[in-house]
Design a protein around this ligand. Sequence first.
Ligand code: ADP
Length: 190
Amino acid sequence: MLNIVLFGPPGAGKGTQSQRIIDKYALIHLSTGDILRSEISRGTELGLQAKHLMDKGELVPDSVVIGMIGHKIAENREAEGFIFDGFPRTVAQAEALDNLLSEFNTEIHEMIALEVEEEELKKRLLARGKISGRVDDQNIAKIENRIHVYKSQTLPVATYYQKQEKYKGINGIGSIEEIFDRICSAIEAA
Ligand code: ADP
């Protein structure tokens, strides 16, 4: 199995690059943001609970996203591997992911971290908000809150993987193809 965490702040390009990575390496894409948005659009109980937090740019509770990811891993135990996108977002989630994967006798092989500076992130998210309809992309205060949440709660996850010598920083500025080539080199060196 090949299991990769694709990491980076909101707007770093994780979703765009995930699509290319799964096409090339036949991995299963697990995006907690996408799974939560699908729960919201289906009007489930979980979706209703998550919506007000997501709209404000706050994190959904760890127990909720860990449970979701646990189900998806169990459903796909024959997979070639997984690309985790938007998860883990807290150190507690990273620890839970290590435990989940060890139940299936596997582990995270690499964290690929897209590095993009803050002003560029804000520009990209506001531009996306004009076409995506995502409430959390349409307001600068919400975007700034997500970046704040990222710095305070999510950035420690990078240190978690650095300690395991799995962290690989990638310059997230450039064309989509250039960045994808950098990611492929990092995956192939893993
Ligand atoms: P982005 O990376 O652009 O912020 P996502 O689609 O990954 O977008 O996440 C959107 C929102 O979904 C987050 O702001 C948060 O409210 C919620 N969310 C997604 N993944 C997680 C997670 N792993 N833990 C907690 N909340 C999450």
